[in-house]
Design a protein around this ligand. Structure first.
Ligand code: AMP
Ligand code: ZN
Length: 497
């Protein structure tokens, strides 16, 4: 298997050869959703992108531990530690337990991921399940002189950290500019500098519902901390890949780097990967911008922006037609084109199943065609190895499909390309489409519609008194679990009981 995978590393800004720290093991951490509402299509894009990355790493033969967390506390409505907890706010609004909110939207997230055929991660830890570890981690930062406590809250001291390290290196922010930004915001007066961020927020004297005891009084952890703590716990102080959407680069991931380096003295992740945004009319799809729609709205065609419904696999294909690091703009035209492309790709799988490659007679080999098929297969891997370029991969798969179709129509006889070359073509097409791109055949065929066609045939046979045909249709339908009933009102069908 080709193992010259190159990844565009956000940490260095360069495309680098992928060399895992402990091959064949790969540790990958991806920031999961904040479960305070239904995931929208933009969120789904990020998770589908990482699903393909996970699948391809496994396809290359790596043993991957994929950790994707559930944020169920600490993500505030405002990035500067001054907002409300997103989950707590929703729970208050609906007058129910925060954990009811968490349960409802975690289930929704899982259902959506399954509809998109995304594999579940190896571990899916939650922030509230790791409060003890988060408190211990804060203690370490306090011991290292990189955090300070004020009135029951603990903040990370960015200025002190930056004396020996480089805060801003992941996101390209300049520390001088960050330090000079002294916005006077609610709650910020506790911080030495506005760039400092909360590790622990005091809940004393507030109506914050989710709260735990700590050495600093009752409170709750800051959002950035959970990922560092759970990443360390399940993947070690240093692991291979850390991912998330581009919008998490700052402050979330920058703070994660600072926390990990501050506590352990080493970079947490060797490669940082950031997916780009799904946009609507050029604007990021986001709940707060009111331009987001939910996967089920798409599957039902139930939204003013949609001309009609699109199936989960059509949407998955639409997403894979762009590289994860490029923006992707939503449009009905693009989805219609994706439906055509997806169906064409599925027809390729069907065609391959129909080609009988047993007993190929030895014949004269078409070296030119063999060379073309081999380079098409190489190109597919080359594209995936080029920073998981699914857009290019799909293009090459369609070129390979042309060859598959020529073999099927016998324009290119099987004997002329040999059994081995056919096997390579078949395996490459099937494995990349099914295992790596995660596309599966979905039956959109209307069973009742098909039965109506058969019933018409049956009625014609009856009126012609062609009883052999009548019996044949009856028997064949029975084998499929369907019985026909001749009633006064006409011919009807039912499930065979
Ligand atoms: P959140 O639940 O807000 O923490 O977001 C979950 C994930 O979805 C994060 O990795 C975000 O970066 C990502 N995300 C949010 N909006 C979009 C979008 N419009 N396109 C792609 N990814 C997004
Ligand atoms: Zn995170």
């Amino acid at each position: 298997m080709l193992k010259d995978l190159r990844i565009n590393n956000s940490l260095t800004g360069k495309k680098e050869l992928f060399e895992p720290l402990h091959a064949p093991f790969v540790g990958m951490y991806v920031c999961g959703p904040t479960v305070y509402s239904n995931v929208h299509l933009g969120n789904a894009r990020t998770f589908i992108s990482f699903d393909v990355i996970y699948r391809y790493l496994m396809h290359l033969g790596y043993t991957v531990r994929y950790v994707r967390n559930i944020t169920d506390v600490g993500h505030l409505t405002n990035d500067d530690d001054a907002g409300e907890d997103k989950i707590g706010k929703k729970a208050k609004l609906e007058n129910i337990e925060p954990m009811e909110i968490v349960q409802r939207y975690t289930q929704d997230f899982h259902q959506v991921m399954e509809q998109f055929n995304a594999l579940p991660p190896s571990i899916e830890p939650s922030a509230t399940g790791h409060i003890v570890e988060q408190i211990e981690f804060i203690q370490e930062l306090l011991n290292n002189g990189l955090a300070y406590e004020v009135s029951g809250s603990v903040y990370f001291d960015v200025k002190t950290y930056n004396e020996k390290n480089d805060y801003g290196k992941l996101s390209g922010r300049k520390i001088e500019e960050l330090l000079s930004n002294t916005r006077d915001l609610d709650g910020q007066d506790e911080k030495r500098n506005s760039v400092d961020f909360a590790l622990w927020k005091s809940a004393e004297g507030t109506d914050h519902i989710m709260r735990w005891n700590s050495p600093w009084g009752e409170g709750f952890p800051g959002w950035h901390l959970e990922c560092t703590v759970m990443g360390t716990k399940y993947l070690g102080k240093q692991f291979d890949i850390h991912g998330g959407g581009m919008d998490l680069k700052f402050p979330h991931h920058e703070c994660e780097v600072a926390q990990a380096v501050g506590a352990h003295g080493c970079e947490p992740a060797k490669y940082w990967l950031h997916t780009n945004m799904l946009t609507v009319n050029g604007q990021k799809m986001s709940k707060s911008l009111n331009n987001s729609f939910l996967p089920h709205e798409l599957f039902n065609g139930d939204h003013e922006l949609l001309d009609r419904a699109y199936s989960p696999m059509t949407v998955r294909f639409f997403m894979l037609q762009s590289h994860y690091a490029s923006t992707l703009d939503f449009s009905n035209d693009a989805l219609n084109a994706a439906q055509k492309g997806y169906r064409k790709m599925m027809n390729g799988l069907k065609t391959l199943r129909k080609i009988d490659s047993s007993n190929i007679e030895a014949g004269e080999l078409n070296e030119k065609a063999i060379g073309q098929i081999n380079s098409l297969c190489d190109n597919i891997y080359r594209a995936m190895n080029d920073d998981f370029n699914t857009a290019l991969t799909i293009g090459h798969l369609f070129n390979l499909l042309k060859k598959i179709n020529s073999v099927y129509t016998q324009q290119l006889p099987l004997a002329s390309i040999s059994e081995d070359v056919f096997a390579r073509m078949k395996t490459t097409y099937e494995e990349i489409v099914i295992e790596v791109l995660g596309l599966k055949e979905e039956s959109n065929v209307d069973v009742e519609g098909l039965l109506e066609i058969v019933i018409k045939e049956y009625a014609v046979a009856k009126s012609e008194k062609n009883y052999d045909k009548v019996d044949e249709i009856r028997n064949q339908l029975k084998e499929q679990g369907v019985v026909l009933k001749d009633t006064k009102a006409g011919i009807d069908w039912a499930y065979d009981e």
